[in-house]
Design a protein around this ligand. Structure first.
Ligand SMILES: [Zn+2]
Length: 635
């Protein structure tokens, strides 16, 4: 028997077995895809090589779709090899799509193509045409940007900034080198651009979120956040949710999915969290990067210190043999099992979640300022909904420094206040709008002075009677906000050597109220604000949402419009939280365990002045395990 025939027969036998596994059935509410780099597709001409690995992957995680890449790092897969790979997957009923990575050398600081020099432009176009000829759907991995500063690019830039030059350059490249030529070769082709996780900085390398989503048929989202501490991006875990929602708001209905790799994590729960939070954002598809990583061995070293407490990602449970339908058992072996196990933990309830809702925030296209702050706010337990257009429909909006890129932002804030709505802005936004009209709403001064503080108190529970001072876990450096007495008011304050400064400040204007939130110099210190400080910030921001949480930071809430919500802790130790819901919700039903949690009516704090307030909220006390979520339906 020749080697190839033997390989095929082995492949068929393995296929028969793998079709009977428990992972043969798809997941409800989301599809799973695996991306394959050109380097691995190049090996797929050897069916034996391919079938062995595919069997290992597909018996540990259900896969609906495979992306096969034609190009990366100047590696181009031949049509002959690609045909074999396409046929292999099509025969197994797996959906097949193409992919392109426009890199010259990924390992050389992500060396991209030059989009100025004619010979480089020609090559970009040829690769798009070559791929479109072979596939009806093509996705660009997230390197369709340029960091080229060759002489030709420097000359072409002229007096523009790099951001201006590259935004325009890559808008043209999308149209004239990618989508246009591809559609000429294959009019049916659906071309999708995948954007990575560094959305705040896209303009610098020419990712054009304003123009490109209109040029491409679809967009896709890199939701990998990896380790928030020990990576140079320091992306917060909440971003896996937020960035998908943000891109969905840029192209409603056109954001095809989220994309996660297995890189840069210190414990395996982090991998599962990225997958979960992407799907909690209602991504219809999730792509596992990549084929190679899916066959990489499970490393015992990634078992976290808090394992053994029946947390949401239970390492020992994951390592139990997978039962095949024919009764045989297979031991988990590779990272594909970590993905499969993570999906099985959420499969039962994703279909029951409604549409995500959150505190509306606005980040103009190509803006930067207080970089990625919205994710820190999300980590403080505020459900966020980031949008690219100013949201006039919301009763309260949250604006950070990036909003200064809208030249009419002060007028727009006034418009909201005139209409009787509230706006919360950060100290960073106020500071950058000083001298640009913000004083016409309220006269504050935020100059260079700093205070170091670790004590906090709330005006509403202190003034005129005994109150409590709350301490932060460590000292925090803040900007001093100065205001004019009796013109605006401290809601939450900090103390520093007998002095004090606003943390949450408010000013009435027309029929509305402007809040100013002091952001610590290090955004990470938001997590050190005492729970009571965070509770008051959450109460203001989430007043129109039927549910919120009280408790420490690094516990997130994901809220849906059908009385379902998820609370997820990213803390390494257990956390006590209180869910605060509208009075109409009498109990919470856990959608995983069916357990019911009873609530009690929350009595509003006694007030010295003003009318008596009737209780209108229910409280539900919960304990969350480390790195674990709970999902509820309010009833
Ligand atoms: Zn160049």
């Amino acid at each position: 028997m020749c080697k190839v025939t033997r390989g095929i027969i082995l492949g068929v036998m393995i296929l028969m077995a793998s079709n009977l596994t428990s992972t043969a059935k798809g997941y409800e509410g989301f599809k799973v895809a695996v991306y394959t780099r050109a380097q691995e597709v190049n090996k797929m001409g050897d069916v034996n090589w391919l079938s062995t690995r595919w069997d290992e992957i597909s018996r540990q995680v259900h896969v609906d779709k495979i992306y096969l890449e034609t190009h990366r790092d100047v590696v181009l897969v031949s049509e002959e090899t690609m045909e074999k790979a396409k046929k292999f997957f099509a025969d197994k009923g797996v959906e097949v799509a193409g992919g392109i990575t426009y890199t010259i050398m990924e390992s050389n600081r992500f060396q991209t193509f030059c989009y100025t020099r004619p010979e480089s432009r020609k090559r970009v176009k040829e690769i798009a045409e070559y791929t479109a000829k072979q596939f009806d759907e093509v996705i660009l991995d997230d390197f369709f940007f340029t960091n080229c500063k060759c002489e030709a690019c420097i000359k072409a830039k002229g007096d523009q900034s790099w951001s201006e030059f590259r935004l325009d350059l890559m808008k043209g490249a999308a149209k004239n080198l990618i989508v246009g030529p591809a559609k000429k070769v294959n009019p049916k082709v659906k071309f999708v651009i995948k954007y990575p996780n560094w959305y705040e900085h896209f303009q610098g390398c020419g990712f054009n979120l304003e123009a490109q989503p209109k040029i491409f048929d679809g967009i896709y989202t890199g939701t990998e956040t990896r380790d928030p501490v020990y990576t140079d991006q320091h992306l917060q875990q909440y971003e896996s949710y937020l960035v998908f929602r943000y891109f969905e708001n840029i192209k409603p209905g056109g954001n095809g999915g989220g994309w996660v790799d297995t890189g840069a994590m210190r414990y395996m729960d982090r991998y599962a969290e990225q997958l979960w939070d992407t799907i909690f954002a209602k991504a219809p598809e999730i792509t596992l990067f990549d084929f190679r990583q899916m066959v990489s061995p499970i490393r015992e070293g990634l078992k976290a210190a808090w394992q053994g407490q029946q947390t949401s990602f239970d390492y020992n449970d994951m390592m139990k043999p997978i039962k095949l339908a024919d009764g045989t058992e297979v031991a988990p072996s590779t990272m594909a099992r970590a993905a499969g196990y993570a999906f099985e933990q959420i499969d039962s309830f994703i279909g029951k979640l409604g549409n995500p809702v959150g505190v509306v925030s606005y980040k103009p296209y190509h803006s930067v300022g207080e970089d990625f702050l919205h994710n820190f706010v999300g980590m403080c337990g505020v459900a966020m909904d980031l949008r690219p257009e100013f949201p006039t429909d919301a009763n309260i909006i949250f604006l950070n420094e990036s909003a200064k890129f809208d030249k009419k932002i002060v007028e727009k804030i006034k418009g909201q206040l005139d209409a009787g709505k509230s706006v919360m802005i950060t100290s960073g936004l106020y500071k950058s709008l000083q001298g640009n009209g913000i004083e016409s709403i309220v006269e504050l001064r935020i100059d260079g002075e700093k205070a170091i503080t670790s004590k906090f108190w709330s005006r509403r529970s202190f003034w005129g009677r005994q109150g409590t001072v709350y301490e932060s876990k460590s000292p925090i450096i803040i900007s001093e906000i100065k205001y004019l007495t009796n013109d605006s008011w401290e809601e939450v304050s900090c103390l520093a050597s007998g002095n004090g400064y606003p943390i949450l400040h408010s000013a009435d204007y027309a029929k509305g109220r402007l809040y100013i939130l002091t952001i610590p110099d290090n955004f990470g210190d938001l997590y050190n604000y005492p729970a009571e400080v965070l509770n008051q910030i959450r109460e203001v921001l989430m007043k129109d949402i039927y549910v919120r949480i009280e408790g420490p930071a690094q516990v997130a809430i994901f809220v849906y419009d059908n009385d379902t919500f998820i609370v997820e802790s990213f803390l390494d130790e257990p956390a006590d939280i209180r869910v605060v819901a509208d009075k109409r919700i009498g109990k919470l039903k856990d959608l995983v365990t069916n357990e019911e949690v009873a609530g009690e009516l929350i009595q509003p704090p006694a007030r010295r002045f003003g009318p008596v307030v009737a209780p209108d909220k229910m409280g539900f006390n919960l304990k969350l395990k480390p790195h674990s979520f709970r999902v509820f339906k309010g009833e």
